[in-house]
Each structure stands twice: as structure tokens, then as C-alpha cells.
Design a protein around this ligand. Structure first.
Ligand code: C2E
Ligand code: MG
Ligand code: MG
Ligand code: MG
Length: 295
């Protein structure tokens, strides 16, 4: 018992030490400068209808090229930012970039919804809906021009203030997507009570559907559940034709992954979209023919 307790003590100490390690603090300082200096970029990855080829939108993914270390993955710097006030500043900046890009696209005939990822802390901030309302008006965009992706764990939390923010977003008409679904936090049936319009199935299941019967069954049952709730299912991490075909057979609505396109910098994303809009008939945003109505 004592040994166990003292081990926990050491682990906690270790964690604290890591959190305040010079490298982390340096990186946090660099990140702060990157935010202030506008050195963060949003790249855009398409979300494509699995049977129609229709572009359902793009996801904005943050990219940071460190002046010395080169590109740093969001999985490294987002958790770091999440431990400080910087996250709110980063999200505000991401939303501003996304709205600016959406305006460029929408006002030149590319009506594409941009999804941005938001963190737990962002939902605790009542200024988020306000920022979106002001930004949408400034760029003359409808609420559906943007979507917020929130992970399962955040949304399933029971905090009252989170609910207030979500209610305010719903009142504004800004859609919500549930990101990384299936990673184990959720009580599936509570999905129905949340103001979610899209469920994104985590890539850790999608990537193996053609090799693993278990993963095939998991994805299949998520797709069925999502459809029975009248929501749109999006598979993340679609890397092969084989996976896309399997997903389409399951009735999954939309795919996102390297098969369709990598996250691209703004100019490249614009060319990608232009070509798509010219070669594949597109539909008006807001119309969702691929969501099968349930009786
Ligand atoms: P996410 O929101 O689930 O984003 C999907 C991730 O899957 C992205 O990783 C994307 O590049 C990657 N991906 C896309 N297609 C494929 C594929 O076919 N195969 C594989 N193996 N991976 C694929 P990325 O860009 O490294 O971002 C990682 C995570 O960092 C995101 O996961 C999101 O949770 C977070 N993140 C990224 N940008 C932002 C941001 O602006 N704000 C916040 N709060 N989080 C962000
Ligand atoms: Mg996401
Ligand atoms: Mg995801
Ligand atoms: Mg993820």
C-alpha cells in the first residue's frame, strides 16, 4: 500500500516536472509568439460524399512551422496550448481565419462549409457564440458556412456552462459535429439529446475496417445508429478505395481522408475545390440528400 502510494506521488511529481520542463515552457513561449506574429496557418481537408462525390465541406486543421524545429504536429502543440489561456486565443484566431477563407470562397461561388476544431475550454467561454455572430455578420455569411467540431468527451460532460454555450450556438444556427466518435466516452443514446448534426467516426476504427472484422462491425453499428438518429455520418481516415467502397455499402454518408485529399494550404485547397465544382455536380449547402429519412 505504502509502496503504491509513494509510486503515485513520484508519478505526480514527474508529471508536474514535465509540465513545467524548460522545453515545454520554451515551446509555449514560441507558440505565443507564433500566435501574435500570425505564424499559424489553417490547412483544409475535403469531406466528400461517398456515393455522390459531392463536397460536404472542408475541415480546417492548424499547422505550425517552428522557425528552428520545423513543422510541429497539432497533437504536440494543441495539448500544450490547452493547459494555458493561449487556447482561447488560438481558437479565436482559427475562427477568424476560417471565416475569412469562407468569405473568399462563398463570395466567388464556392459554397463550402468550413469545420473548425474547438477545445473544452472554448465551450466555457461565453464569448464564443458572440465572436461567431459578429464574424458571420462581418463577412456576410450564413451560420452554416461554419461548423464546430467538438470531441465526444467534451460534449458528454455535464457542466451547465458548457450547455449554455451549446444552446447559444444552436440558437445562432451554427452546426456542431461530434469528433472522434467511438473512442469510448459516450453513452450512445444521449446523442439524441445533443444539438449535433454530424458524427465523425474516429480514424482508429476506419483505417482497419478492411482488415479487422471487429472494426468493421464497430463502424457498421455506429453508422446504423447515427442514421437511425437522422444524423450525418462522416468516416475519418479513409485511405483506400477498398475502405471507401466498404463504407459506402454500410450506408456511411461522407468520407474524409488521404484518398480524397490531404489537408492543403489555402491556395491549393481553392484549386482542388474549383476543379471539383467544375467536374462533379454540386448541391446547395443545407440540402442533405444522402441522409436517409427514418420512419
Ligand atoms: P481531428 O480533428 O480528428 O482531425 C483529423 C486528423 O486526421 C488530422 O490530423 C488529419 O490530418 C488526419 N487525417 C486526415 N486524413 C487522414 C488519413 O487518411 N489517414 C490518417 N492516418 N490521418 C488522417 P492533424 O491535422 O494532425 O490534427 C490532429 C488533431 O489535432 C485533430 O484531430 C484535432 O483534434 C487537433 N487540431 C487540429 N487543428 C486544431 C485546431 O485548430 N484547434 C483545435 N482545438 N484542435 C486542432
Ligand atoms: Mg476534427
Ligand atoms: Mg477527428
Ligand atoms: Mg482525431
Amino acid at each position: 500500500y505504502l509502496a503504491k502510494e509513494s509510486r503515485t506521488g513520484v508519478e505526480l511529481y514527474q508529471q508536474d516536472k514535465d509540465r513545467n520542463s524548460p522545453e515545454r515552457l520554451n515551446l509555449l513561449g514560441d507558440l505565443r509568439r507564433a500566435v501574435d506574429g500570425g505564424d499559424l496557418q489553417l490547412h483544409y481537408q475535403p469531406k466528400v460524399g461517398l456515393t455522390s462525390g459531392v463536397v460536404h465541406g472542408v475541415e480546417g486543421l492548424l499547422r505550425w512551422c517552428h522557425p528552428v524545429r520545423g513543422p510541429i504536429a497539432p497533437s504536440e502543440f494543441i495539448p500544450l496550448a490547452e493547459q494555458s489561456y493561449l487556447m482561447r486565443q488560438i481558437t479565436a484566431y482559427v475562427i477568424e481565419m476560417a471565416l475569412e477563407q469562407a468569405a473568399r470562397w462563398w463570395h466567388t461561388g464556392l459554397r463550402v462549409q468550413i469545420s473548425v476544431n474547438i477545445s473544452a475550454r472554448d465551450l466555457l467561454d461565453s464569448k464564443l457564440p458572440e465572436q461567431l455572430e459578429v464574424g458571420l455578420a462581418k463577412f456576410r455569411l450564413p451560420p452554416m458556412a461554419i461548423q464546430l467540431e467538438v470531441t465526444e468527451r467534451i460534449l458528454m460532460g455535464d457542466q451547465a456552462y458548457t450547455h449554455e454555450t451549446i444552446k447559444a450556438l444552436a440558437a445562432l444556427g451554427v452546426p456542431l459535429a461530434l469528433d472522434d466518435f467511438g473512442t469510448g466516452y459516450s453513452s450512445l443514446i444521449r446523442l439524441q439529446r445533443l444539438a449535433v448534426s454530424e458524427v465523425k467516426i474516429d480514424s482508429s476504427f476506419v483505417r482497419r475496417i478492411t482488415e479487422s472484422e471487429d472494426d468493421d462491425r464497430i463502424v457498421r453499428s455506429i453508422v446504423d445508429l447515427v442514421r437511425s438518429l437522422g444524423l450525418r455520418s462522416v468516416a475519418e481516415g479513409v485511405e483506400s478505395d477498398e475502405a471507401a467502397i466498404r463504407l459506402a455499402e454500410m450506408g456511411c454518408d461522407v468520407g474524409q481522408g488521404w484518398l480524397f485529399g490531404r489537408p492543403m494550404p489555402p491556395a491549393e485547397a481553392t484549386s482542388w475545390l474549383r476543379e471539383r465544382f467544375e467536374t462533379t455536380p454540386q448541391i446547395e449547402l443545407g440540402y442533405r440528400p444522402e441522409v436517409t429519412q427514418t420512419a
